[in-house]
Design a protein around this ligand. Structure first.
Ligand SMILES: Cc1cc2nc3c(=O)[nH]c(=O)nc-3n(C[C@H](O)[C@H](O)[C@H](O)COP(=O)(O)O)c2cc1C
Length: 360
């Protein structure tokens, strides 16, 4: 069996294979509630054979949304539509996961296809919070308000409450969004955090919001279920987050109950010119983090070929591959990859309604 198609056990949860659907905002929720779109989008990727389907960045509070269309878990009415989706995803053999987060200074923006800019005065904008009153810049020019200690305590509580709702919604894998220049990453990165209190300055202080938030979630998320973090492990910038610092943070979180690392990168500033784009460009860093932190890791970014994906797992660079755009192009990527890699009876990855008719 190719390594990519061997099961992966994470706490009490076993993925049927190591193909993971990366969280992808759909900007298609209504007041934070999932719609038919999400049932079809997430359901199709479970039907396509993935081991784990991680639902999009889901806001822990209304002000933590990127756009009006973001998913949310800030109230109980948001639970029921997700239960239906998660039942379907799990019935089709995938594990249902979700990413929870807060958009920080990138909040209150238009949907990408409506402009991607901060909302204007006539577009129902909302107040933007961040560690410091420093704007992201470029297409997101609004200067956020620096969070008070009360804000920090409240948002931490929002994360824990959202985690409880995620459990009630039937998710079995929970990921904290500590990446891509959103709130947690803004606390970690000196490029966004200019605080002079215990939440800014030194490495310890810049970690504090992330560690406290992690602890608050771990306290309510069942011990037997995996808790993951998606971290931008480098800012690709002078004075920004480094891989070395990220490894130290991840070791701290490991000691506090972290089960899985979704290795990501960048986006705390608009400057993406230093990102070394190319197939699998984050794989060597993922391998290093896996080795030095000693936890299961997922490798993402520009992984598309089945043989390359299989080699990443086979060679021990990562425990799974996390695919986004390939999965948009082809929800049956896992089935097609299984065929390409010579898995016996690859059609068995598909539901019987399909597999019965497919001889190979
Ligand atoms: C439509 C879309 C929405 C995305 N939304 C999220 C998100 O909600 N959370 C997140 O961590 N990353 C998000 N990303 C980034 C992807 O999860 C992924 O890391 C990135 O696209 C690189 O993987 P790829 O090369 O396989 O596409 C999004 C990407 C796309 C294309």
């Amino acid at each position: 069996m190719p390594a990519l198609f061997t099961p992966l056990a994470l706490k009490s949860v076993t993925l049927r294979n190591r193909v993971i659907v990366s969280p992808m905002c759909q900007y298609s929720s209504e007041e934070g509630k999932a719609t038919d779109w999400h049932l079809v989008h997430l359901g199709a990727r479970a039907v396509g054979g993935a081991g784990l389907v991680i639902a999009e960045a889901t806001a822990v509070s209304p002000e933590g949304r990127i756009s009006h269309g973001d998913a949310g878990l800030w109230n109980d009415a948001q639970i029921e539509p997700l239960q239906r989706i998660n039942r379907f995803v799990e019935q089709h053999g995938a594990v249902a996961g979700v990413q929870i987060g807060h958009a920080g200074r990138k909040a209150s923006a238009q949907r990408p296809w409506e402009g991607d800019k901060h909302l204007g005065p006539d577009e129902k904008p909302w107040p933007i919070l961040a560690p410091s009153a420093v704007a992201f810049g470029a297409y997101l020019p609004v200067t956020p308000a620096a969070m008070s200690k009360d804000d920090i305590v409240r948002v931490r509580g929002n994360f824990a409450a959202a985690a409880k709702r995620a459990l009630a919604a039937g998710y079995r894998f929970l990921e904290l969004h500590f990446a891509h220049g959103y709130l947690a990453h803004e606390f970690f990165s000196p490029l966004a955090n200019q605080r002079s209190d215990e939440y800014g300055g030194s490495f310890e202080n810049r970690c504090r919001f992330l560690v406290e938030t992690f602890d608050a979630v771990r306290a309510v998320w069942p011990e037997h279920l995996p808790l993951a973090v998606r971290l931008s492990v480098t800012d690709w910038a002078e004075g920004g987050v480094t891989v070395e610092e990220s490894i130290e943070l991840l070791k701290k979180l490991k000691g506090r109950g972290l089960d899985f690392i979704d290795v990501s990168q960048g986006f705390v500033t608009p400057d993406i010119s230093k990102i070394p784009w190319g197939p699998g460009f984050m794989v060597p860093t993922t391998a290093r983090i896996r080795r030095e932190v000693g936890l299961p890791c997922g490798a993402g970014w520009m992984i598309s070929e089945p043989a390359a994906a299989d080699a990443i797992v086979q060679d021990g660079h990562a425990d799974g591959v996390i695919l986004a755009r390939e999965m948009l192009k082809d929800p049956y990527w896992p089935f097609h990859a299984a065929k390409a890699l010579g898995v016996d009876k690859p059609q068995q990855l598909l539901p019987v309604q399909y597999s019965h008719w497919l001889k190979r």
